[in-house]
Each structure stands twice: as C-alpha cells, then as structure tokens.
Design a protein around this ligand. Structure first.
Ligand SMILES: Cc1cc2nc3c(=O)[nH]c(=O)nc-3n(C[C@H](O)[C@H](O)[C@H](O)COP(=O)(O)OP(=O)(O)OC[C@H]3O[C@@H](n4cnc5c(N)ncnc54)[C@H](O)[C@@H]3O)c2cc1C
Length: 207
C-alpha cells in the first residue's frame, strides 16, 4: 500500500462506535473521511491534537478500508485519552505505515497463528485476510492465550471462526481459573505440538 503524498498529514476520522473487550481493552470503530487501504500487519498513527499520537495496527479486515477497527489497551497518556473518547469524536489517522505481512508467501501452505493477550488485535486483520483466501491455503490453526478468561479478546467471534471450513481455533488461559473449563497453559508452550504431520512453516513477520 502506498502512503498519501504527505505522510505527515492526518486523515480526519470520526469515532463511530466503541466496544468494551476487557476491563482495559476497547475496540474503536473509526470511519475516515477517505478510505485507508492497508494490508494486514501495517499500522497507523492515531493523532489526538494537544495530547499526542501513537502507533496501532488495525484489527479489522483489510477488505474494509472505509471502516477501521483498532483495539487498544489502556496504558498511558494517549491510550487513556483514547479510552475517554465517545462516539462522534474526531481525530486524525496517519498511514498506513510499515510493510505489512508477506501474505503472498502463505499460498498453498498450512497456517499456524499464535497470539497472546492484546496481540490477537493486530492478528485479527491477518485472520480476516486468511479467511478470505482460505480456499488457496491448507489448514488454518489459530492458538490464542491470555492470562485469565476475562482478558480474552473477541470471544463473541470464536464459534464463528471455528465453524469455517479448514479452520481450527482454540483458546487457553495461562493458569487454572474458576470460570474456565478449557485448556490451561501459556499459549507459546501449548502450541509446540499442533499437527501430527509437520506443516510447512511460513514466516509472517512485518519488519
Ligand atoms: C507498530 C505498533 C503497533 C501497535 N499496535 C497496537 C495495537 O493494535 N493495540 C495496542 O493496544 N497497542 C499497540 N501498540 C502499542 C501502543 O503504540 C502503545 O501502547 C502506545 O504507544 C502507548 O502510548 P501511551 O501514550 O498511551 O502510553 P505512554 O504514556 O507512552 O506510556 C507507555 C508505558 O510507559 C509507562 N510510563 C509512561 N510514563 C512513564 C514514566 N514517567 N515513568 C515510568 N513509566 C511510564 C506507562 O505506564 C505505560 O506502561 C503498537 C505499537 C507499535 C509500535
């Protein structure tokens, strides 16, 4: 994706909706005044006049450049100000920036996506992409973990993802919890053995 002529000039965007995901994470739905085409793995800068700007990776589908969802953990000055915004608020978006994932390398491969905590937010854009082209891919296995059940992102979508042909989704929490009947263990450890036959690895880093 190419940058606009002046990459420092923000595109005005309206906050259309806010979804509470966990006690500290919200998804913000922005409608920019012009489309912001991006590929999964690219990021944008959200600009709050008088406060600052910070980088975030859209968690929405790259197929929908008119409507960007961004899932944000409240941690410091900019993210706290973002969490105070209400629908109707306006801000600036710069980007997309970065190269994005080399998704063309995934063609014909089995895909393993492993994410933890708020890390599922940027990966969701990748998931929307692989779901869209899944008839060109092998198996798609998604392993997601969080510290506790109330920190799991996008729970409302797990059944829908699992029901897609060729897609397997599983969630784990790090340690046993009274409200959790699923698997426990840190996701990077529990993901070490996934398939009985080894999948062809495709690295998907966005550096
Ligand atoms: C490419 C990229 C993509 C990203 N995508 C996402 C995303 O999709 N979602 C997301 O939630 N995050 C994402 N991040 C992280 C996000 O950019 C940061 O969380 C954000 O910049 C924090 O800005 P802030 O002003 O809210 O926090 P800051 O005020 O900069 O604070 C950051 C941390 O430093 C601590 N801190 C601040 N001031 C002090 C101080 N004086 N002394 C000690 N500690 C201090 C804060 O407590 C906090 O833990 C991404 C980052 C990058 C680089």
């Amino acid at each position: 994706m190419t940058l606009r002529a002046n990459p420092y000039e923000p595109i005005a965007a309206r906050l259309a909706d806010v979804v509470d995901e966990t006690p500290t994470i919200r998804t913000f739905v922005f409608t920019p005044e012009e489309p912001i085409p991006f590929v999964s793995g690219q990021f944008v800068q959200l600009c709050l006049p008088g406060i600052g700007e910070a980088p975030f990776t859209p968690s929405s589908s790259p197929l929908e450049p008119n409507r960007l969802e961004i899932t944000i953990l409240r941690t410091g000055a900019v993210t706290e100000a973002l969490h105070r915004l209400e629908p109707g608020a306006e801000l600036g978006i710069r980007g997309p920036l970065g190269k994005g994932y080399p998704v063309e390398k995934l063609q014909g491969k089995d895909i393993l996506v492993v994410g933890g905590g708020v890390g599922l937010a940027p990966l969701r854009a990748l998931l929307y992409h692989v779901f869209h082209v899944r008839d060109q891919l092998g198996r798609i296995e998604i392993k997601y973990g969080s510290r506790s059940p109330d920190e799991l992102l996008f729970r409302r979508q797990y059944d829908q993802w699992s029901a897609l042909p060729g897609v397997r989704f599983s969630a784990t929490v790090d340690v046993p919890h009274p409200q959790w009947t699923g698997r426990t263990g840190v996701v990077t450890v529990t993901s070490r053995t996934v398939w009985s036959s080894p999948a062809a690895p495709a690295s998907c880093s966005s550096s």
